[in-house]
Design a protein around this ligand. Structure first.
Ligand code: ADP
Ligand code: MG
Length: 728
């Protein structure tokens, strides 16, 4: 009988692309069909309640019980019209994924009949039995209560037959147990700070939102091929497997024509996304074989985060219909590109101005420069915190792995803007002369829009790049919940803007003119943050050395990177902005360390199992064939047999050597795991897994991969890398 791998290959080769019929409606008509948008809500809830919801969304005002009841009634009627039978609070616990617990609308009335019930109290608050979600000790099991509370800023939607209501998730004592709560608090903080600063330039500004456009990279592999790889099933990446002879060196996949089966999946996914109001717009092949990207139009950050979380869930479901497994791991295959999730971020006023987009007048350009320089200064001052915000076991394999942004945080702004900042660095200390002002306004600040138009030198190697009208945080991992990096980025920019306002006001109070004060403070910020700016090749070894000379950090592993989150500076920052208190910060730190430890632990177990249960027995089976062959040769050729059997004997010896090595390394790894498992301190345990257990992975892989190259292809039970990457 053929090996399970060959059976899986056969199954895959027999697949046909699924037929995806385009819905009757055009996509623009289908858009948000399953979302309780404001325009839909208008038809379902009374006018006063609608106004109350609107005010809750824009000003954060409270929603009273009567309004909640009316909204719930409208939502229920709408959801039932869409075929919903159940409702759920939809939240994002600290596992990084989304969580839901479905309740039926249906309720027996007690007299033999039944009604559909869903009122304000069920809309506004729920108490899921949530004792199994990570809480980092915030929610002791004896007070296992966690509450989910409606977030009216993110609209409810129907998925399948369930009405999903986006909510925050907090403990009995009000501490955040999710990713959304700190994000909402950070967005509120930056709203205040950015509005104040924007008002230097335009008194009509009353609110500033953050915008986020994510670009989701992923791999597609056939479910049958994936199913026979325990590492893909359990860890989402290959822990062993020889590199394919051809991978991405021909650069023939990037933006190439999309394979039919993948295209069918994408179309199906897009239709689902469109109905859910996720404005997906772009699809293309990525650099590595079987790697793709999907990207929407940018949205308000909280909504964009919800949409990305939702997308990752929808992708899984749609992929199953197409017999695909979606890999969101940051580095599923070694030797080829990993997957990231670029976070394009900016700030936008309620007057419709993108604060990171150069304007048409010197005045609006000075506003642009202010937000631009403040963002750079924030990244400079809190680079380590930003690095921590993207740390995960998966992303460790991608950052600095020579094909993704390095673990060093730096900012790329392009040649032209560098020249502008260089000029601003020379602004006179104190009040500016009229000539100087004219020169600055006309020739420096005033020229920005034209120069940006021909600013095409996009540096792809930078982890944090300015791309014309937004910053692109590229170091975020493909499986990450964007809430964390965006929460950190928004908080640090908020902090810097507050400081900026403080510094400018201080100069104005001393009698300096507003514009002069702004130029003076910008000059200082440009000087202070200069070392974070880097325009060269971020993947080069020289940069690693140069960054070290500049005193920039290079945290290559998650345990090292996470530490800064509990530093005094970080705690003071988050507390000052009421984004997180120290208990929430410490809890998160522990949860993230534990998540890291568990991931490496699972990988270690799976690798040990595969090596022991798949690789070694297969190698022995093949070795037995060789032994039989040698015996036969001896029978035929007698004492001359060595003339014919020398190669086989070499192979027999080599196989034994590799088996011995694998066995020894697996045993040593298991021992290290035992030692690590006894450690109770989360930090020390994560370090033990990182520095004592994980290093064995490469050794075990090395010898397994050698055996893969020796053993008869027919016998090998694990799907090979070339098959995962090229069979579709
Ligand atoms: P790429 O980086 O692949 O060249 P684009 O620059 O066209 O792609 O856009 C990438 C993402 O940036 C898209 O999701 C887009 O909607 C988003 N984007 C564009 N403008 C903004 C903005 N002002 N704020 C946030 N995201 C934005
Ligand atoms: Mg991009």
């Amino acid at each position: 009988m053929a090996s399970i791998r060959l059976q899986a290959l056969q199954e895959t080769l027999n697949r046909k692309p699924m037929v995806v019929t385009e819905p009757k409606e055009r996509r623009s008509e289908l858009y948000a069909a399953n979302v309780f948008t404001l325009s839909t809500a208008k038809h379902y809830i009374p006018k006063e309640s609608y106004q109350a919801v609107l005010s809750a969304i824009t000003h954060g005002t409270r929603i009273d019980r009567k309004v909640a009841d009316q909204v719930a009634a409208g939502m229920k009627a709408w959801a039932i019209s869409k075929g919903a039978t159940h409702y759920t609070h939809w939240f994002q616990p600290l596992t990084g994924a989304s969580a839901e617990k479905h309740d039926a609308f249906f309720e027996p009335a007690g007299d033999g009949s039944a009604i559909d019930k869903f009122d304000g109290s069920q809309l506004v608050q729920q108490e899921p039995d949530a004792s199994s979600f990570p809480s980092g000790g915030i929610r002791n099991t004896f007070e296992a209560r966690g509450y989910t509370a409606w977030d009216p800023t993110s609209p409810a939607f129907v998925m399948g037959t369930t009405l999903c209501i986006p909510t925050v998730f907090v403990s009995y004592t009000g501490e955040a147990l999710d990713n959304k709560t700190p994000l909402l608090r950070a967005l509120q903080s930056i709203d205040h700070a950015a509005t104040e600063v924007a008002r230097y330039f335009d008194k009509n500004v009353n609110k500033v939102i953050c915008t986020l456009g994510w670009e989701q990279e992923y791999f597609l592999v056939d479910t049958a091929l994936a199913a026979v790889r325990p590492d893909l099933v359990m860890a989402g990446r290959l822990l062993l497997g020889h590199t394919a002879a051809k991978n991405q060196q021909l650069e023939d996949h990037y933006f190439g024509s999309i394979p039919e089966r993948a295209l069918a999946f994408m179309r199906d996914l897009e239709i689902e996304c469109i109905k859910l109001g996720i404005p997906v717009k772009t699809r293309h092949n990525e650099v590595a074989p079987n790697q793709y990207e999907v990207a929407p139009l940018f949205e308000e950050a909280n909504l964009a985060v919800d949409h990305n979380t939702l997308l990752m869930d929808v992708m899984d479901k749609v992929a199953a219909r197409h017999h695909f497994k979606v890999l969101l791991h940051e580095k599923p295959f070694s030797g080829i590109n990993g997957s990231g999730k670029h976070n394009n971020w900016s700030m936008c006023t309620d007057t419709g101005v993108n604060l990171l987009s150069p304007g048409k007048t010197p005045k609006s350009n000075l506003m642009f420069l202010t937000f631009f320089v403040n963002t750079i200064k924030a990244v400079h001052d809190y680079a380590d915190l930003l690095r921590a915000s993207i740390a995960s076991a998966g992303n460790d394999h991608r950052l600095g792995a020579n094909e993704a942004p390095p673990a060093i945080i730096s900012v790329f702004i392009g040649q032209q803007l560098t020249a502008v900042l260089d000029e601003l660095e020379n602004v006179t200390d104190g009040n500016l002369s009229p000539e100087e002002k004219t020169e600055l306004k006309l020739n420096v600040v005033g020229k920005i829009p034209e120069i940006l138009l021909d600013n095409t030198d996009r540096n792809r190697t930078s982890p944090f790049a300015f791309t014309g009208n937004k910053f692109e945080f590229r170091a975020v991992g493909a499986s990450a919940n964007c809430a964390k990096p965006i929460m950190v980025l928004s908080t640090i920019v908020s902090q810097t803007l507050r400081q900026f306002k403080h510094d400018v006001d201080a100069l104005i109070e001393k009698g300096m003119k507003k514009d002069d004060a702004i130029f003076n403070v910008l000059r200082e910020y440009i000087k202070q943050s200069k070392r974070i700016r880097f325009e060269g090749d971020g993947y080069s070894e020289e940069w690693v050395q140069e960054a070290a000379r500049r005193g920039l950090s290079n945290f290559k592993t998650t345990p090292e990177a996470l530490k800064v989150q509990v530093s005094e500076q970080a705690i003071a920052l988050f507390e000052a902005h009421q984004v997180m208190n120290h208990r929430e910060i410490e809890a998160r730190y522990e949860i993230e360390l534990e998540a890291y430890t568990k991931r490496v632990q699972i990988e270690g177990r799976v690798l040990g199992d595969i090596a022991t249960n798949h690789v070694i027995p297969t190698a022995i089976a093949y070795q037995n064939t060789l032994i039989q062959n040698v015996r036969g040769l001896k029978e035929i050729f007698g004492n001359d047999y060595m003339e014919y059997a020398a190669q086989q004997i070499e192979l027999i010896k080599a196989i034994s050597m590799h088996i011995n090595k694998i066995k020894a390394y697996v045993d040593a790894m298991i021992n290290e795991r035992k030692v690590a498992n006894k450690i109770t301190d989360a930090e020390a345990k994560a370090e033990a897994y990182c520095f004592k257990v994980k290093p064995y992975f490469e050794q075990i892989k090395y010898h397994c991969d050698k055996l893969e190259l020796m053993v008869d292809d027919e016998l090998w039970p694990l799907t090979k890398t070339r098959e995962l990457l090229f069979i579709r």
